[in-house]
Design a protein around this ligand. Structure first.
Ligand code: PAF
Length: 182
């Protein structure tokens, strides 16, 4: 099992993806916040089968946490994540710093409208806008052909599908049945 190449700089990630596309390879992408579990491994396995290249991102996204949800206590285990990613045949783990995703002066976000209000948006204000914004940014950096999400998070999956269609992102969104651990 070879450990995935760890890329931290967005420009390096985009350059890697450009080179893969130039070689005629398709890229499958699994965005995560780390602390990988069996459900993530299922998503990675699906991506591995669908494309020549498999990229995982690990980024605990501050903008999708509410004031009462503890960002600081979110589990982090990079060595463990890389071992699991290696087992699933991941080529690249993109692990950016918060300052690279949200640099000083950052002010452009994706508003998700009605769809988030009909789901649990009012209970978690800002949560789905935070998810949509970071997923859009990760898509722009990683430039995948397809991205894989657990069907268990059906609200998130619906919002990502809507965003990709509305903003003509041209990325295939694959929903995979998974079991989510607590
Ligand atoms: O499902 C998650 O882990 C997160 O919401 C995601 C899609 C990685 C965005 O931060």
């Amino acid at each position: 099992m070879t450990e995935p190449l760890v890329i931290r700089a967005p420009a390096e990630m985009t350059a890697w993806s450009r080179a893969a596309h130039a070689s005629g390879e398709r890229i499958a992408f699994v965005p995560t916040m780390g602390a990988l579990h069996a459900g993530h491994v299922v998503l990675l396995g699906d991506g591995r089968r669908r494309a020549e290249r498999l990229v995982l991102s690990i980024f605990v996204n501050p903008t999708q946490f509410g004031p009462n949800e503890d960002l600081a206590r979110y589990p982090r285990d990079l060595p463990g994540d890389l071992a699991k990613a290696a087992g699933a045949g991941t080529d690249v783990a993109f692990v950016p710093d918060a300052g690279d995703i949200y640099p000083a002066g950052f002010q452009t976000t994706v508003a998700v409208g009605e769809l988030s209000r009909g789901l649990d948006g009012p209970l978690r204000p800002g949560h789905f806008a935070g998810v949509a914004t970071v997923v859009a940014k990760l898509f722009n950096i990683v430039r995948p052909d397809l991205a894989i999400f657990g069907e268990k998070d059906f609200q998130q999956l619906a919002i990502v599908r809507r965003m990709v269609a509305d903003l003509a992102m041209g990325i295939e969104i694959v929903g995979v049945p998974t079991v989510r651990e607590p």
